[in-house]
Write a protein that binds this ligand. Sequence first.
Ligand code: PBG
Length: 355
Amino acid sequence: MSDPKIVTPPFGRDIEYKEAGKVGETPGRYPTIRMRRNRTGDGVRRLVAENKLSVDDLIWTAFVVDGENQRVPVDSMPGVVRYSTDVIAEAANEAFELGVPAIALFPFTDPDKKTPDGRESLDPENLVCTAIRNIKAQVPDMMVVCDVALDPYTSHGHDGVMDGETILNDETLEILVKQAFNQAEAGCDTISPSDMMDGRVGAIRQTLDATGYQDVRIMAYSAKYASGFYGPFRDAIGTKAALIGDKRTYQMDPANSDEAMREIALDIDEGADMVMVKPGMPYLDIVRRVKDTFGMPTFVYQVSGEYAMLKGAVERGWLDEKVILESLLGFKRAGADGVLTYFAVDAAKKLKQLG
Ligand code: PBG
């Protein structure tokens, strides 16, 4: 028990300990202060909870593939399938009915349609544009987010056109703006440039504004790192085998944080409505910095590798499935307004059960 002469908790107690020559004895204000009091029951825990994950925070990332009535599993992402364009709207609707406000689309392009310049990206009948139209016809109020980048369409798997080994920035922009315009024409309400070319947000903004799509918003992959955590995604869209080299000449070095602030500032300047950090879990410090610095609608992408790690461990019984909601709540705590996640539908169901 504490010394009865020490009567001025909580303030000054440490000093009194020192004056009394008690340095070395229990420091701090225990037993007066007991942090556990606020954890004793469900009610108080709910009252003091600082963050809350809700279905409103989720963007469901989904893959589309050619064919009819297809749901093709992705081996490295157990539980994730690629939907053909005739069934994606049904899947989107299920998510929307559960309360998920947005879906983000990624195409698995037939390898025969891939070219060095990724021209399939400009076909108004391509998988993504068809999926957008079908979703908007069936679930008009669902926000549809579309990646703008060339990697699902290029034979070399890079996000830009190449000259020898070099990824060309400005030449790529010319294609990206057309891709963005096509997606807006198909009904996409949120264009999401994911390629990390310089100047693409501004170029896309100008094009959209000049073509009557001033209300189509831009969610920029602003701080996107050259990460190993994208592996399963590249399986899912069939770019892994194709990819020559790596993406370190355009995606960010995982060592950098200040550089992310510059990237975000530039994208805001160029007209981004929302910014994104990617990947998620290893980059929570970036999420916090971005939110604190810019106060922008800030999103984080829980990428395929994060999904694979968590889902793989849950499937084997190595982790309890509680880790799924915990991982998503962590993003909220770090300052994110929302999360792009392959767990969205699953998480929405779990949240509904919790009430
Ligand atoms: C393509 C793109 C990638 C992801 C989203 N858009 C992969 C890449 O940059 O190679 C990764 C998503 C994930 O891993 O879940 N521009």
